[in-house]
Write a new protein. Structure first.
Length: 207
């Protein structure tokens, strides 16, 4: 699947050929046909396998969201910034960009791939983050909120600016910009969702 995805990413679906895929994979062409039948099935399988691999890495990052992992005087902010930065690194790696570009390019030919590659994975990532948000809220560090909404807002604060800065994956984003986007997203998120008694304005209001 890795060899097939590499060829599709480099050539696009229309220009990719089974001969090149077999050559990159180091197998005979008939082996590829025997396993997957034709180019359409191979493309579908390669996209699904790559999407699953990318999402597994995203889920591993989301599972790091626990304030006890944070450092310094504000462990929650530290932890959120770490997770935000790692998610952006995953979003901006070459494989993730190639996956999205292929998905955008071939969505009319393979409309079901939007759900297979993106929809299911996005739901799992949102639910994993929502689970972590619920735990943090129950611990009193976030205000009472819908954890799914909190997860959606957190992701939107990351992906929106990144899609714009990267020009939909056509421009490399420097590390300094990733940090800037991550830190700004966390700052906005905490202003909206941090528990009132932990807000910087809380002591002044109490006086």
């Amino acid at each position: 699947m890795d060899a097939a995805f590499t060829v599709f990413a480099n050539r696009g679906y229309a220009r990719a050929c089974m001969e090149e895929i077999a050559e990159v994979a180091g197998v005979a062409k008939h082996t590829v046909y025997n396993h997957l039948g034709d180019k359409e099935n191979l493309f579908h399988a390669a996209m699904e396998a790559t999407g699953n691999a990318v999402m597994a890495e995203n889920l591993a990052v989301a599972e790091r969201l626990a304030p006890e992992r944070g450092e310094g005087p504000d462990p929650l902010r530290s932890c959120l910034e770490d997770v935000a930065h790692r998610l952006l690194l995953q979003c901006c790696d070459a494989r993730s960009w190639a996956l999205r570009r292929l998905l955008y390019a071939e969505i009319t030919r393979f409309p079901d791939l939007l759900e297979v590659v993106w929809g299911r994975g996005a739901d799992r990532l949102r639910q994993t983050l929502a689970d972590r948000m619920a735990r943090i809220s129950l611990a009193g560090q976030l205000r009472a909120c819908d954890p799914v909404e909190a997860a959606e807002q957190f992701l939107a604060l990351l992906t929106g600016p990144m899609e714009a800065r990267s020009q939909l994956g056509t421009r490399p984003v420097p590390e300094t910009e990733l940090r800037t986007v991550a830190d700004a997203a966390v700052g906005t998120f905490l202003r909206a969702f941090r528990a009132d008694h932990l807000s910087p304005a809380a002591p002044a209001a109490a006086r």
